[in-house]
Design a protein around this ligand. Structure first.
Ligand code: AMP
Ligand code: GLY
Length: 423
């Protein structure tokens, strides 16, 4: 039996804890640092996600057999290397392999080397060159700050004025690279695999909704909702993405001496020329995890164990139902938060009573036995499972309309799931 430590404290980690609690091969789950929401499910230990010494000590003390990491920051800081050195099984990429997410410039160079389609780009290490480039570039132009930016380091500029104004606020130097990328048109989806070297297990497809507003308008956020599956993406297209994108990149990482172990996330854009990579992440997506993991019918812990022990992975059974999640964000998000509303008890109560609904805490705190309050930008995700996406939408938005007060205090999108079907 496995005893699992999940590292992280957000919605993705709460979804991981739930998935492991459903896994028959798991005898126990703990989380560090966890959250008030996760603490309703399993013991949480208040240890910072970058305090590797304390986390290793916790792992030994609690006789943990497998560590699974949620967020990107500890990966970029080398958590996998530290645990491997201590002889503990961890399902997470090394610091070198995690550069596929922590450095967009590194990911671009790797993709170019192995021939994976992605937008044409220029990389700048000084502001003067960036400024003279944007003066003569074609628009729209996508400007991406290198390094981890919580999903908010990307700006799509529609004019040279906008690009110059954006650059005014940015540092571009040897430690702060800037990637300027061709704008791609199409529809986006997320393909995530569990990987160890070149062996993989594919998770069901999902679609995130990154902009704050309906119709994908407004600034980017950490993700305002997600849906799985994505019926617009045929099985054939998914196979093509695995062959032309995931496989060559994993092989390329092996060739560079940095085999990838963990969740590999490809953010893809289906363009008129075929699928192209928007970004790689070295982890599960958030909020994608919250709608993908509930659809798995197999034992996630056992699948990871087989993968890291070198056994041929069996595909994970997936339920046919769709799952759709809407994020409730605090007012003012993603700019300056202007309030910390209470979570409506009616909403939480209705979810608790219904098998087809789920409630995931993202950034909330428990202030009394029955009261929860926003404690961050993205506060929680409410999801519905139903035979198809329109039924999920009907169920979920019906619930939100009933259970949120009219001036509810929360910001949320009304169009989650509108782009996943064929049109
Ligand atoms: P990223 O953080 O790289 O995933 O970018 C955030 C979002 O910006 C993506 O989900 C896309 O919606 C958008 N984006 C990024 N790169 C491009 C591009 N080259 N063309 C069009 N949209 C893009
Ligand atoms: N959902 C996008 C991300 O996790 O980066």
């Amino acid at each position: 039996m496995e005893k699992i430590l999940v590292i992280g404290h957000g919605g993705r980690e709460m979804a991981l804890v739930k998935a492991f609690l459903r896994s028959l091969s798991v005898s126990g789950v703990i989380c560090a640092r966890g959250s008030d929401g996760i603490a309703e499910l399993c013991p949480c230990f208040d240890i910072a996600e970058d305090d590797f010494t304390a986390l290793i000590e916790l792992t030994r003390h609690e006789q943990i057999s497998l560590v699974v990491v949620g967020p990107e920051q500890p990966l970029a800081a080398g958590i996998s290397d530290a645990f491997a050195k201590a002889g503990i099984d961890i399902f997470a990429p090394t610091q070198a392999a995690a550069r596929i997410e922590s450095s967009k410039a590194y990911a671009k160079k790797l993709m170019q080397r192995v021939g994976v389609p992605s937008a044409a780009c220029q990389i700048f290490q000084d502001k003067a060159s960036a400024l003279s480039y944007v003066e003569q570039a074609a628009y729209p132009l996508v400007l991406k700050e290198d390094g981890l930016r919580g999903g908010k380091g990307v700006r799509i500029c529609f004019s040279v004025h906008e690009a110059l104004a954006h650059l005014e606020d940015l540092r571009v130097d040897k430690d702060n690279w800037l990637v300027a990328e061709q704008f791609l048109e199409g529809f986006e989806f997320s393909l995530i695999v569990l990987a160890d070297g070149t062996r993989t297990l594919t998770l069901p497809l999902a679609q995130d909704h990154k902009a704050i507003g309906d119709g994908n308008k407004g600034p980017n956020t950490g993700g305002m909702g997600a849906v799985s599956p994505v019926p617009r993406v045929s099985e054939e297209l998914q196979r093509l993405c695995l062959q032309k994108i995931i496989e060559p990149v994993l092989k390329g990482l092996v060739e560079e001496g940095h085999p990838f172990r963990g969740f590999l996330y490809a953010g893809l854009m289906m363009t008129a020329e075929g699928p192209e990579v928007i970004e790689f992440n070295a982890r599960l997506g958030d909020p994608e995890a919250e709608v993908i993991l509930p659809r798995l019918r197999g034992d996630l812990a056992q699948a990871i164990r087989h993968l890291i022990n070198g056994a041929s992975p069996e595909p994970l059974p997936v339920c046919k139902e769709s799952c759709l999640g809407v994020v409730l964000a605090a007012p003012g998000y993603p700019e300056k938060l202007t309030g910390s509303p209470l979570l409506p008890p009616v909403l939480m109560e209705e979810v608790r009573k219904s098998d087809d609904l789920d409630f995931i805490h993202m950034g909330s705190e428990k202030i009394s036995e029955k009261q929860w309050q926003a404690a961050g930008g993205r506060v929680c995700l409410v999801s519905a499972s139903a035979p198809d996406i329109p039924s999920c939408r009907e169920r979920l938005y019906g619930l939100l309309d009933r259970a949120l007060p009219p001036d509810g205090g929360f910001t949320f999108r009304r169009d989650i799931g509108n782009y996943a079907e064929k049109n």
